[in-house]
Ligand binder design. Sequence first.
Ligand SMILES: Nc1ncnc2c1ncn2[C@@H]1O[C@H](COP(=O)(O)OP(=O)(O)OP(=O)(O)O)[C@@H](O)[C@H]1O
Ligand SMILES: [Mg+2]
Length: 263
Amino acid sequence: MSRPDLSSAPACLLEVQQVTCVYGGFKAVDAVSLSLQSNEMLGIAGTNGAGKSTLFAAIAGQQRAHSGSIIFAGQDLTKLQPYQRARQGLVRTFQVPREFKSLTVHENLMAAAPNKEGEQLFAALINTAGRREREQALTEKADSVLEFLNFLKVRDVPALNLSGGQKKLVELGRVLMLEPRCILLDEPFAGVNPVLIEQLSEHIVKLNARGIAFILIEHHLQALKALTRRMIVMDRGVILAQGDPQTILDDPRVQVAYMGGVA
Ligand SMILES: Nc1ncnc2c1ncn2[C@@H]1O[C@H](COP(=O)(O)OP(=O)(O)OP(=O)(O)O)[C@@H](O)[C@H]1O
Ligand SMILES: [Mg+2]
């Protein structure tokens, strides 16, 4: 499957249409619709269990939607596997980082690269030179991602020795290896120290300026307000409110449901 021709990509990059996700008989996401423009940065907030991560899983493909559609760059991806959606440029990070603990930071990024010919026996036997060339290109790509993230200093450190915040940076690095058009970030700032939050935010802003669209899940409404121009608040599987951050912060329904009455 080839990547979309970005020059002809529609202004509306992602459309989530009436998506419902069910666990057993329980609707974790109930007929949620949203759209994301190319280059947009959208925030999603909501109480614990509101369905935010499940919605991400439905968009990125880890969770099969019970009903509804996921349209990305004009294509219906609803029935595709996560790796197929990633090839189209739609990727996510996880609330709990999923790094390979015994691999170094650099190796973790390399492992995220798609279509690794080295894993295919036939290709490995007949095309050693081509494989080496590709490995070299991937090595350089991983180094350039680490350089962008200002993370070369821990290039050869095993992931198990990283702090929680550093693991979130590795998560971002891994999805950047896939050259995404849209990144879904699930609580990138949770458990991260303020200095790293600042750095992560700067990277996100820079990537967004380079044309990558983002959806960010974040509990902290003020943090979302600083980064986004549009926010959605979810509650018990549905969208409770959406709009510009100040309107959301002032919305009494949000204050009651989300903050217990205090924004
Ligand atoms: N694999 C699962 N099996 C059954 N129920 C699940 C599963 N994953 C999530 N749930 C339930 O679905 C609902 C939504 O969960 P989800 O993780 O999407 O919420 P969330 O908004 O991301 O919450 P948090 O802010 O705590 O991360 C919750 O009630 C949760 O207990
Ligand atoms: Mg979650």
